[in-house]
Design a protein around this ligand. Structure first.
Ligand code: SR1
Ligand code: MG
Length: 424
């Protein structure tokens, strides 16, 4: 496909003839395009995703559409998000290692498409958690991924000029940031047109939250940080639908929301999704008790944070090559404890902000436009509303009290009390 050709959305029918000339694809899956088996499998909110199988192998073709798929053409969205996804994937692979993200075979900027590795037998993590599957490696893999990408994309590691140039490149991903700025931090807290919630069951609590001054101030403080604190290249949409898993592998996908933002954003969004999985479990108990699964999920939260902290600390001690917390001020003059003190402060700030981001992420998935399947697949509305109510209360507690919360033990104990109905 020529780079100059005007954008055209692919279809199952047109893909083989349009992509047969892409050598990186044909050489991998086989050049007989007439025999390619093509399926469109995109179930996300934004893009087309095709699985293409040939006689030699398979690949995924992901193409952006010029609008938000979930809403339709009334909400235009730039194709250039594909460019940011491509560049984010290359940086994540360099920083977190091959095998953490899908391998890229080809990128076509004009057609806003990326040809990449077909991950099989991987499934979307969210689906696995809904089914009650306990994945043994996710906490470790995700903790490492976040520590490595967030540390190595920051002024703790990069040369200042290189980082500023990269920051300028990703600053153009403004429309995707705008989605998060509105959908996560503002819309859930007023009657935005595209919002929805389980009604009438949640009406009372929703009105309470929208009248909650402390909560709204906190949400805006977090939005301020999201918009103004360009610390590192974040994934930007690191929820359990952006992760593909097997028992032995974890792959992070879909970084089209990538931009330079606060360190704590990815961590908070990810842990929020584990806590939502926790509160949704009682909606999925038709085929068996989920108590062990609940314990597993709280354990994943603890382990993910612990691995993140440990790896971040390791990188701090061994790879602090950027302009921040210059070694000449600490280690090089015999004051390693000074560097440790600074590390504690940095990690403490990430901790506090991470809890806030987690709180508002939980709210927006229940009150806003983009809900998640953990709750949405609970068909019985009263049951779903009970799960959502617990999650909303928990999210409020995280967002408003984040400066006072000292440990995950304390937070998970609260989650258990809310789940058991021991908190008003
Ligand atoms: C209009 S896009 C809605 C949501 O889908 C993406 O996965 C992001 O989470 C975004 O907020
Ligand atoms: Mg996505």
């Amino acid at each position: 496909m020529s780079k100059a050709a005007a954008f055209q959305a692919l279809t199952v029918e047109t893909l083989p003839t349009r992509l047969v000339g892409v050598e990186a694809l044909a050489s991998r899956i086989g050049g007989d395009s007439a025999s390619w088996d093509v399926r469109e499998v995109g179930d996300g909110n934004l893009n087309l995703v095709f699985i293409v199988k040939g006689d030699k192998g398979s690949a995924v073709v992901k193409q952006a559409l010029p609008y938000v798929r979930l809403v339709g053409e009334s909400w235009p969205l730039p194709l250039k998000r594909s460019f940011f996804e491509y560049h984010a994937l290359t940086r994540q692979e360099a920083r977190a290692g091959a095998g953490t993200v899908p391998a890229i075979y080809h990128f076509d900027e004009a057609q806003a498409l990326i040809v990449m590795e077909y991950l099989t037998p991987h499934v979307i993590l969210r689906r696995a958690l809904i089914e009650g599957r306990q994945l043994p490696k996710i906490a470790r893999d995700l903790g490492l991924f976040m520590a490595r990408t967030l540390f190595r994309g920051s002024d703790l590691s990069m040369k200042a000029r290189a980082r500023k140039e990269d920051l300028a490149l990703f600053a153009d991903n403004a429309e995707l940031c705008d989605i998060t700025e509105s959908l996560v931090f503002t819309d859930p807290y007023y009657e935005a047109t595209l919002n929805r919630h389980t009604s009438p069951q949640l009406d009372g609590l929703v009105a309470e939250l929208r009248a909650d001054r402390d909560l709204k101030v906190e949400a805006q403080k977090l939005k301020h940080m999201f918009a103004a604190n360009a610390e590192t290249l974040v994934h930007g949409d690191l929820h359990s639908g952006s992760i593909m898993v097997t028992d032995s592998e974890t792959r992070i996908i879909d970084p089209e929301f990538a931009f330079y933002g606060p360190m704590a954003f990815d961590v908070g969004m990810l842990l929020a999704n584990f806590w939502m999985a926790y509160f949704s479990q009682s909606g999925h108990e038709e085929d068996g008790d989920r108590e062990a699964m609940r314990g597993y999920l709280l354990g994943v939260v603890v382990e993910t944070w612990s691995v993140f902290r440990t790896e971040f600390s390791h990188l701090w001690r061994n790879e602090r090559t950027g302009m921040l917390y210059d070694r000449r001020l600490f280690e090089d003059r015999g004051d390693p404890l000074g560097a440790e003190q600074a590390l504690d402060r940095v990690l403490h700030d990430i901790w506090i902000d991470m809890l806030g981001f987690a709180g508002v992420e939980i709210h927006r998935r229940i009150l806003g436009l983009a809900h998640n399947a953990d709750f949405e697949t609970i068909a019985e509305e009263d049951l779903r509303a009970r799960c959502e109510t617990k999650a909303l209360k928990f999210g409020r507690h995280l967002a408003v009290n984040r400066h006072r919360l000292l440990s995950l033990d304390e937070i998970n104990t609260l989650a258990i009390r809310i789940e058991k109905g021991n908190v008003a």
